[in-house]
Design a protein around this ligand. Structure first.
Ligand SMILES: NC(=O)c1ccc[n+]([C@@H]2O[C@H](COP(=O)([O-])OP(=O)(O)OC[C@H]3O[C@@H](n4cnc5c(N)ncnc54)[C@H](OP(=O)(O)O)[C@@H]3O)[C@@H](O)[C@H]2O)c1
Length: 395
């Protein structure tokens, strides 16, 4: 991919208003097991759900359209609340069945006043005050508040097995010099305090907190993972940065979106990490599965020297994040509780193929694709030279 520097990536994500666990290193996609693949699309609740009135704060960017599609397919009624700026790049045809409310979380919630829903899904919460205001406004009119949080609440990731009760950030520490670290801390604190604002207004027994790791899949405008679908489809020698044994985690956005709707149907309150794949995976396993996705001749070249990668401006590549320092445990987040409550994972092959097809569909303009694929200092352009230097060094 045209590898963005951490700073460029952080800036881009903030511009998009998109969340990011593990900004500095990060990553994930969802390589499900065969078993998980078999369960794809099944109704984990085992029956036809009662029709719900669902309000999605957001709903038109990445996770939102997948929630809309799944909710409609299960007979629910959906309202979205946005500024009317972002247009869905998947399932756009379904939005004529959606009540699209317009306002601004910053200063105009009029469209939400004096209305009732069974559940509100807060996707667009990236400011504690926004969540405080909507939760306070809706607490007597809506049954459940589901806040889409992030595993970013656990930053710095210092543990081996990060579970839902692991301490989360509530205050930004003083004295942090590194700009990217500051953003990581800000994001984690903002997400934790937003979770708390939702719980304060609705009470723990009416609140659901979902903490996704990096999400991959169609409609992802972050350019964090698209390197893989593009590069794997071309074939040849493909760089796999990181050590073979480095842990990796990731989740298909559709698995999170659909599970969120089922949590709402089942009124399963509580806090849940939304992390795949089902079983712990290494970087090498990710590479092995990824390289089989397209029917082209290709070989992976494992580039396993962190210093070399850093010098070559490949500090991370979703789903690989060097598991060192504050990112030690970024891919060691437990998904046990989520799996026990119905999270399923598509196969990595499905995520990569579908993301590839979306990227080359009419949903995106050629100009948008070129913004990534044509970037002169991007990883797609630099990969060949990096591999040549790596081989020279290896003798
Ligand atoms: N991407 C990841 O890997 C990842 C990982 C972990 C957690 N998360 C979290 O997942 C959540 C979902 O993000 P998403 O992009 O997929 O959500 P989404 O619901 O698909 O899209 C974000 C929505 O927010 C709306 N919005 C932005 N500013 C607004 C404002 N001032 N007032 C009202 N609406 C506004 C946008 O529409 P308009 O522009 O039209 O207003 C858009 O519909 C985020 O909270 C993020 O922190 C993401």
């Amino acid at each position: 991919m045209q590898q963005l520097t951490r700073r460029e990536l952080n800036r881009r994500l903030l511009q998009l208003g998109i969340g990011f666990p593990l900004l500095a290193t990060g990553l994930y996609g969802c390589a499900g097991t065969e078993k998980a693949e078999e369960t794809q699309g099944e109704d984990s609740a085992g029956g036809t759900p009662t029709s719900l009135r669902i309000l999605i704060l957001g709903g038109t960017s990445f996770i939102g359209p997948h929630q809309v599609a799944y909710a409609l397919s299960r007979g629910h009624k959906v309202s979205t609340f946005t500024r009317g700026k972002t247009k869905p790049s998947v399932h756009a045809d379904l939005f004529d069945q959606v009540e699209m409310l317009i306002g601004d979380r910053e200063d105009n919630l009029t469209a939400l006043e004096n209305r009732e829903w069974d559940v509100v899904i807060d996707n667009s919460g990236r400011n504690v005050d926004w969540t405080t205001r909507t939760a306070e406004l809706l607490k007597d009119k809506v049954g459940l508040y589901l806040y889409t949080s992030s595993t970013g609440v656990y930053y710095p990731y210092l543990g081996d097995d990060i579970v839902e009760t692991t301490e989360t950030l509530t205050v930004e520490p003083e004295g942090i010099e590194d700009e990217d670290e500051k953003i990581e801390y800000w994001y984690g604190v903002m997400k934790t305090n937003s979770e708390n604002a939702a719980k304060k207004a609705f009470g723990e027994d009416r609140t659901i907190i979902v903490r996704p790791t990096y999400m991959i899949g169609p409609a992802d405008l972050t350019d964090r993972f698209i390197y893989w679908p593009i590069r794997l489809a071309k074939g040849g020698e493909i760089m796999l940065p990181g050590k073979a044994e480095d842990p990796v985690q990731y989740i298909d956005v559709r698995d999170v979106a659909e599970w969120i709707i089922r949590l709402a149907e089942d009124k399963t309150t509580g806090t849940f990490n939304a992390v795949g794949p089902v079983d712990a995976a290494t970087n090498a396993e990710f590479g092995r599965k990824a390289i089989e996705v397209f029917d082209v001749e290709s070989t992976l070249v494992q580039v396993d020297d962190y210093d070399f990668l850093l010098a070559e401006k490949v500090p991370y590549l979703v789903p690989w994040v060097p598991p060192i320092g504050k990112n030690y445990g970024s891919s060691l987040v437990s998904n046990k509780k989520a799996l026990a409550t119905g999270l399923t994972c598509r196969s990595l092959a499905t995520s990569i193929k579908d993301t590839h097809d979306w990227w080359y569909s009419d949903a995106l303009t050629e100009e948008r694709r070129q913004e990534y694929e044509g970037k002169e200092d991007g990883l797609l352009a630099r990969e060949g030279d990096i591999l040549a230097r790596w081989k020279e060094r290896q003798g």
